[in-house]
Design a protein. Structure first.
Length: 130
């Protein structure tokens, strides 16, 4: 019996496509290696580890810390304008807030003009003296 010539990967792929469509000849079907069915493996089930009673509180505290950190990131303002509005609403008109590691004041230009000052520095310095 004569061995079939070795085909290139592309030629085998074309033949496989013909077989799938039903357009291959008998000789082509015989020349193709038979597919072996791959067994589906299911992942091993691992049993849940039992946590000692004294350690449960630590696990719960750790989860709470993670959730609090996630909420802080979610509530973090995306722009300076959002941070300013939030700080002015929560802290009031004459306070400071931190945005991206720098401190800012919640004072507006209108407040400075109404108080009779021309710049923020003079306005804030006058508030400290009282």
């Amino acid at each position: 019996m004569a061995k079939a010539p070795v085909k290139s990967r592309a030629a085998r792929k074309r033949t496989a496509t013909k077989i799938a469509r039903g357009a291959a000849t008998r000789e082509q079907k015989k020349a193709m290696p038979k597919k072996t069915s791959a067994k589906k493996t299911t992942p091993k089930k691992t049993s849940a580890k039992k946590i000692p009673k004294g350690k449960i509180g630590l696990a719960v505290a750790g989860i709470g810390t993670v959730l609090a950190g996630a909420n802080a990131l979610r509530n973090k303002p995306k722009s300076f304008g959002e941070a300013f509005k939030k700080a002015r609403k929560n802290k009031g008109p004459n306070s400071t807030f931190t945005y991206q590691g720098k401190k800012y004041s919640t004072v507006t230009k209108d407040q400075i003009k109404k108080a009779g000052f021309t710049n923020l520095r003079d306005y804030l310095n006058s508030k400290k003296k009282k």
